[in-house]
Design a binder for this molecule. Structure first.
Ligand SMILES: O=C[C@H](O)[C@H](O)[C@H](O)COP(=O)(O)O
Length: 232
């Protein structure tokens, strides 16, 4: 069996798992390799692991893999969170949310002692922005929120940016697990991601955006014949 770059990164992240840990489970095709691998590791090594999924999809995968899931309370210590990304910059800043899970992913990444990103080489970029930035917005007044986004982005030098409400193949709006809409913003190039994240999250109606700035402790990129690990 040939190992894909995504799987290679996921297998490397499994090396960070220790008995007794509470682990955040990311969302997407790369995180799925980690979840399946974690299930195998728990069975083979008899580990005591509790996990918190960042989406209904990852919840279902984890249950299938036999991983014990918990709902965190205020005392919960999340030792490790492992998740994929849509783009990873040289500084370790991320774009996430291609699978509409950005809010739950950010809540868990923010709470985790160690946030590890796993990705294939195609996700590694010098500057964020080629991947349309997912922005999660409240359904109420969504058209007004889109207008406010457009106005703010124009003021920040992103005039005429294409903003689209995400639809599925049947033409219905895509909803996040929390029931919100997702707007994809084709920015092309994000020069100041720190300022942009703050400006986006200040707009009433914006629940959160897919910029994860300075959050990753470690990025593991699967390559053709190994891994490239970056620590921040
Ligand atoms: O909302 C989805 C997540 O942010 C994913 O982690 C991201 O889209 C990467 O997914 P994949 O590993 O499938 O490329």
């Amino acid at each position: 069996m040939s190992t894909s770059q995504k799987e290679r990164a996921a297998l490397a992240a499994l090396e960070l798992v220790r008995d007794g840990m509470t682990i955040g489970l990311g969302t997407g095709s790369t995180a799925a390799f980690f979840i399946e691998g974690l299930g195998r590791k728990i069975r083979e090594e008899g580990l005591e692991i509790e996990a918190i999924p960042t989406s209904q999809a990852s919840d279902a995968l984890a249950r299938k893999a036999g991983i014990e899931l918990i709902i965190p309370d205020e005392t919960t210590v999340i030792d490790l969170d492992v998740d994929g990304a849509d783009e990873v910059s040289a500084e370790g800043h991320l774009i996430k949310g291609g699978g509409a899970a950005l809010l739950r992913e950010k809540i868990i990444a923010r709470a985790a002692k160690q946030f590890v990103v796993i990705a294939d080489e195609s996700k590694s970029v010098t500057e964020l922005g080629a991947f349309p930035l997912p922005i999660e917005i409240e359904q109420f007044g969504f058209a007004l929120t889109v207008r406010a986004l457009r106005d703010m982005l124009a003021g920040e030098g992103h005039e005429g940016v294409e903003l689209s409400l995400r639809h599925n193949e049947e033409g219905s709006f895509v909803l996040s697990d929390g029931g919100n809409f997702i707007v994809d913003a084709k920015l092309g190039r994000i020069r100041e991601p720190v300022a942009l994240e703050s400006a986006l999250n200040m707009i009433p109606g914006v629940v959160d955006c897919g910029l994860f700035i300075g959050m990753a402790d470690q990025v593991i990129i699967g390559t053709a014949d190994g891994i490239d690990t970056r620590r921040y």
